[in-house]
Design a protein. Sequence first.
Lengths: 608, 334
Amino acid sequence: MAQATVLQKVIIHFAGDSGDGIQLAGSQFTTTTALQGNDLRTFPDFPAEIRAPIGTIAGVSGFQIHFGSIAVDTPGSEPDVLVAMNAAAFSKNFGNLKKGGILIVNESGFDKRNLKLAKLPEDENPLEQIAEGDYKVFNINISQLNRDAVKELTLSTKEKDQSKNLFVLGFVYWLYSRDLAPTLDFLKDKFKAKPVILEANQKALKAGYHYGETIEASERFVVEKADLPAGDYRNIVGNESLSLGLMAAAQKANLELFFAGYPITPASDILHFLARQKNFGVKTFQAEDEISAVTAAIGASFGGALAVTASSGPGIALKGEAMGLAVMLEIPMVIVNVQRGGPSTGLPTKTEQADLFQALYGRNGEAPIPVLAPATPSDCFDTAVEACRLAVERMTPVILLSDGYLANGSEPWKFPKMEDLPAMAAPFATDNGTYLAYARDKNLTRKWAIPGTPGKEHRVGGLEKEAQTGNVSYNPENHEKMVHTRAQKVALMANTYAPLKILQGAASGKVLVLGWGSTYGAIKVAVRWAIEGGLSVSQVHIKHLFPLDTNLGEILAQFETIIVPELNNGQLVKVLNQEFKGRIVGLNKIQGLPFKAKEILEEIEKHV
Amino acid sequence: MSNNETLTSKDFASDQDVRWCPGCGDYSILKQMQTVLPSMGIARENLVFISGIGCSSRFPYYMNSYGMHSIHGRAPSVATGLKLANPDLSVWIVTGDGDALSIGGNQLIHLLRRNLNVNILLFNNEIYGLTKGQYSPTSEIGKQTKSSPLGSIDHPFNPIALALGAEATFVARTMDRDPVRLREVLQQAHEHKGTSLVEIYQNCNVFNDGAFEKYTDKKQRDSTSLFLEQGKPIVFDGGKKGLRLNGLQPQVVELANGYSENDLWIHDSQDATKAHLLSRLFSDADPRPFGVLYQTERSCYEEALTEQMDTSLKTKGTGDMNALIKGKNSWTVS
Ligand code: SF4
């Protein structure tokens, strides 16, 4: 057998028809790789349609994993390995494959029909155009080999073909020296009730692996364990991490978690995850529309729950009026926006950061709501906890801005223990005196009296409140005072933040790259490269988009140029230019795709 | 104060000045609600009124209980969230024809089908009052208002038929000017387990005065209104007329004219088909039914949710947050 070559990191892109089981193969490769101790980032690329016409480019589903024995911060841009189950998957992704990379294709996916569906010339196989030596090509008749592997099982041909993703996964496992056990365990669990399908999948996985051994001539690779800080790890996807954060915060605050949502991509997985957690006391409500979801959350919050609603941009637009009501009521709730490409229906399955203005300003009247954004899939947990803390302790709605890239991407997570999380307590009205619904403490927070509490009966509503009593008031001075009070109350929250820190580079210098949200990984890599290249560059990443960190101005003042990369047409950069002096420039990408680190590096180089 | 035996109707009145127009039908509804509450045995702290927007929706401010004046059309959803968070509360939704049937139509029908144990008081005045007199989704065709100077061309909703179509489990109709029956219906709505929809004809004396005079005016009402009583034959006009079923057609008959009470339709609010037929008595030529048209038992959403939560707790045990965070595939780096 050929000697295994040690690699530091590898990017593999799995691609095939949306019915080919690509996401399953990708997520299994991820679990296995995580358990083998590599650092990693993943990113799935779903088609917008559930079942776009078979064999077409529109129907290609992709999954990219970047893993290594050294730090990995993004899912990577150009893959080292492309697995293409058909001509469309090849056609869509081949241009990205690194020169000299490995191409694994399913031979039977390149027949006339598939070439036609992929809109390629029907009588020339594109694989034959690849110059010898440019790529290492494995042209395998996966469909046939897989059928052979499961031939003695009593299954229809269609059922047999359904395990071909495991055949190819087995082959990739062999190439990259992965352990089969985690996937075999997973299959046992998944197909408990279907023994024949289970056997087919097990056989296919093993057959793919053995196929690697059989074609001995090929080179094999090893990626050693990464040097991660000591601790307990798991792999986590953003939407799940966010959901766990909400649950953890509710427990910490000793409140019941109530979640109301309406199905929308890419936020629905939060509803799905929480709907399974009834034995944790989590109540979920699938509403008839977005407005009902947010107003049910308002009702639940009025009733004493930690209420949360989640959606994506179009749904958040519908929730706008109710969010204003929550501002007026001053009750704790969290509104999650898993952003996607907009405007309107936009690009439902693609990522974007273009809802920042909507979060900051998208309501009638003066309606300040704190806005937070997580930086990575695992940071969705911490950000959810922080959003809940602010909501509960300061009696306010809070917006959490995630995005499609974070929601579906994954990474290893050094997960915390509940004991390590911050304590939080709601300001319940407990004294026996007269309850004044809008009397405030030193943080301008009002007290919470929930229905069922004797002696604290009161009415709230969307009409302007009289300071202290909360009775309806049309008094001009009172309105102005209340507008200022609500603004001041939110501004004061910045005093509770952990201080903002420079993440890489010196505290002063030529360029500071300032990001927010999911651009974190690409910025981190770009700044690292720039620093390695001897450039005077630093990185800072803000979680609190409103109110901003109190020390942000001081940090910005130490740099000649601030670059703000955003997946929008320049939103945070406008806010910063309004708030601060200095040379603050945007770097914008609006393609529904995350930044590549090299795009950010190129921008840095222009400014140093 | 939570001991209800000592409460009187005054204890349910808040200290806020009531600001409806003098003579508005809302006053009567507020008064009947406050009058009937002490006998319902609801502790004041467990009583919540949730409203949307419109004249009627000021109601919670005048009740000395918990309350929320929410946003236009969404009271059913706010009430749903509240009831799910705390199923022990007695939750009353106060809404109007514009609030419930126009902007909040979706919220209303979905609350009815889910059947949470809450009560809806739908003040129907067939006009937009708070915005100063536009035709509403219950205004009659041809109604001239500021927004329909040549007469409305909108076909009106039949709220009772709509509620039945949305699978409501308690559907009643009553009037602001019929305090005794209004109180009875409120009591029955309270006792019903599930969503109770009470349509209340309410006179807006400023923008739509006399809309229901036909049914409220002492001289006319006997011949125009059917006051339904469970298990009793449907008679009206001082016992001179009755309603019988001719096949599937309701038919008004003169009792002196060859028909006796034995021929009449016996009101059975449990009968969905009959309730549907009653709901279709909606033209000006038909007598209009009042009282409880339909009532049935069906599982309440919040009970079903509690049941799922209990089952989940029994089969899986109390969730361990640390274990959930850890997941099925974790590893340790030392
Ligand atoms: S406008 Fe009509 S409904 Fe509104 S308070 Fe005045 S009389 Fe009553």
